[in-house]
Design a protein around this ligand. Sequence first.
Ligand code: 13P
Length: 311
Amino acid sequence: MSLDLFLDDKELVARIKDLKKERNAVILAHSYERPEVQDIADYVGDSLELSRLAAKTDADVIVFCSVHFMAETAKILSPQKTVLLPAAEAGCPLADMITPAQLEAEKAKYPKAAVVAYVNCSAEIKSMADICCTSANAVQVVNAMAQDEILFVPDQHLGRWVQTQTDKKIILWAGCCPTHQRMKVSDFVNLKKEHPEAVIVVHPESNEDICNLADAILSTSQMLRYCQASSATKFIIGTEMGMLHRLRTAMPEKTFLQPSKGLICPNMKMTQLEDVYESLKELKHPIEIPELIRMKALKALDGMLAAVPTK
Ligand code: 13P
């Protein structure tokens, strides 16, 4: 560990800002990142917004404070840029729940189905898909497909929720997000008893019984806009706790409650300010993708961005 790492947070933030200018870098952070990392970022967003920003930024370096598949998405969209993942080990268990061989076998079972891949998957899985989607646009993407049958991978809960919003036949893959799985119905019910006026907002990666309790089922940035537009002042938020920082920063006058204590994605929390600093200083850890895979994955991502051109 370098001596630089014993800097206090104020000094660290100052150095990150200097290095950012020197490198002509942009710092992107997902809504689940640590508060201090969100606060240093140029943009905090959901996976769709961050993809769009990565595709159009004129920075030379993208420091992607998130997990591996999101940084990989940025590299697919902006291959000429240096895309850095500050915490090299930050993965996604949901993305790991499907392998190329498994998808190949499933595709063979449903030759007429279009493959829609939630962006929470590897570049290789994206390269095998007809199109990608995020939680913010999954319904529009599915409806935009010419096929009536959709093989939806890898998140079963998002796929099941999409099924409630479309006439197409959705074939589900058995993946799920372990963090969202930790939420319990009883926690929502108890909190709602204590705060009957609170509006329940959950992420579509949540279980069906939890979605059934919700007033709104939204991506992380959609949650932000929904709570801003709502006349309600109290919300129960069913997603990773980093989102609470984002909501409370944007709306200090409103109250945001979490149903379950410690709803933490350990991967999203791996990135610390020190990692952001080291990343900019040493250009760590650059994302590389074999060109053939990248080109095919790009088609699926471009398809998504074209199918749903605005937020
Ligand atoms: P959003 O696209 O809503 O930010 O969600 C991404 C994610 O990984 C949720 O667990």
